[in-house]
Design a protein. Structure first.
Length: 137
């Protein structure tokens, strides 16, 4: 009993894990998109005073974007985890190169999304002031 699992079996098992993690990431992004769309639609149906006929304020839209951004960041983290898992068992140089490119792109996306979320949050907290208190999370 030299090996507990053959390399082929290990590849199959890791492939199953990769699919599960990538599915989780895709579901998180999908749920975030549905949530943001529902928020957007609800914003359009809210009753407004006759003097304010606009469907929403920039604060409302920024809140929706901030929430959607959080879902995107989390979903992309899961996608990156799946990519890393994919190369966990005897990766080829091509796979390592692809992982490096994908990781760089996803890390850059996460960095800029995180930066935008931080800036949006600070702007929302400044504009909300003491009227609503700090934003959750």
């Amino acid at each position: 009993m030299d090996h507990l699992l053959s390399e082929a079996t290990l590849h199959d098992l890791v492939d199953l894990f990769v699919r599960a993690v990538e599915l989780a990431g895709a579901l998180i992004i999908f749920v975030g998109a549905v949530w943001a769309f529902a928020q957007f639609v609800a914003l359009g149906f809210r009753r407004r005073p006759a003097a304010d006929a606009s469907p929403g304020t920039p604060w409302d839209f920024n809140r929706i974007r901030l929430g959607m951004g959080r879902f995107l960041v989390l979903g992309l983290e899961f996608q990156l985890a799946g990519d890393i898992l994919r190369t966990a068992v005897a990766p080829t140089f091509t796979e390592i190169g692809q992982l490096a490119a994908i990781a760089a792109i996803r890390t850059a996306l996460n960095h800029f999304l995180g930066k935008e979320i931080k800036e949006e949050r600070a702007e929302l907290e400044r504009s909300a002031g003491a009227m609503t208190g700090p934003l959750p999370g």
